[in-house]
Design a protein around this ligand. Structure first.
Ligand SMILES: [Zn+2]
Length: 264
């Protein structure tokens, strides 16, 4: 008796992937964090954006246990382009808070993970002054020495404009200047390529995604919900928000299932 067994092989060109594989295997969650710190008092605006260090630690442990590698946008690129396949998750931190260096970096290093910090080039060593009007407490942002320590640990720096600008409210020249200027400012200050962008507040106009590409960025992330498929526009990437209230079961659902994808 002859048994015709076909080798199990996942083709790398996307259109030929079986439907179930496209749906369940090829989704890449890009986790979106802001601050990793002890939470401010109850009632503080945007308190949910501050994830406790102990929560971040179990989240990274769960990633590892589930077989995911946590990667910076730089390290995620071959997967986003469909050149590599694997169980990977992007890890991003918006605004460049000192507490991500102090609290998140040791956890990432211990797991062998990398992450991208989206830095506001005009606020290096400053605070999140753009949040002050909403009553959000000031939190320190990494200075140049701290950003260099972040990079030296194998992490990536991305751009988050010069002034945490609401791009949707700017004219074309001003919006382009925010994108181009932040990239060159950061590259000159840090001596590394800054190739990944994040829209402040997640706000942008459709044509601004093209401007991000034209500014030389390889990707741009938004606050749209969902996991990435490799056919997505690289300058309009959705992310998976992790907040203070994201308990383990919820984190698991967001990561592994289509929970977030129904918002796409
Ligand atoms: Zn931001």
């Amino acid at each position: 008796m002859t048994f015709h067994a076909r080798p199990l092989r996942l083709p790398s060109n996307r259109p030929n992937l079986p439907h179930f594989a496209r749906r369940y295997l090829m989704r890449i969650p890009i986790l979106m964090y802001h601050q990793i710190d002890v939470p401010p008092p109850r009632g503080t605006p945007m308190r949910g954006m501050v994830v406790a260090p102990s929560s971040f630690a179990w989240q990274m442990r769960m990633l590892a246990l589930l077989g995911y590698r946590g990667l910076s946008m730089r390290d995620l690129m071959p997967y986003l382009l469909g050149q590599k396949t694997g169980k990977v998750a992007g890890i991003t931190f918006d605004d460049g808070y000192c507490n991500t260096l102090d609290q998140a970096l040791p956890v990432l290093k211990a797991r062998g993970f990398t992450a991208t910090s989206y830095v506001v080039s005009g606020a290096i060593g400053g605070t999140n002054a753009w949040d002050a009007a909403q009553g959000v407490p000031a939190a320190r942002l990494m200075d140049l020495a701290q950003l260099r320590a972040w990079l030296a640990a194998g992490m990536d720096v991305g751009s988050h404009t010069r002034d945490h600008a609401d791009l949707a409210k700017l004219d074309e020249a001003a919006a382009r200047a925010q994108m181009v200027g932040a990239k060159s400012d950061l590259e000159q200050a840090l001596g590394v390529a800054v190739e990944h962008f994040c829209y402040p507040y997640g706000r942008y106009l459709p044509q601004q995604a093209d401007w991000a590409r034209e500014a030389g960025y390889l990707t741009a992330t938004t606050v749209a919900r969902g996991r990435v498929v490799t056919t997505d526009n690289l300058w309009r990437l959705p992310r998976v928000l992790v907040s203070r209230a994201t308990h383990p079961g919820y984190f698991f659902l967001k990561l592994v299932t289509g929970y977030e994808d129904r918002y796409r």
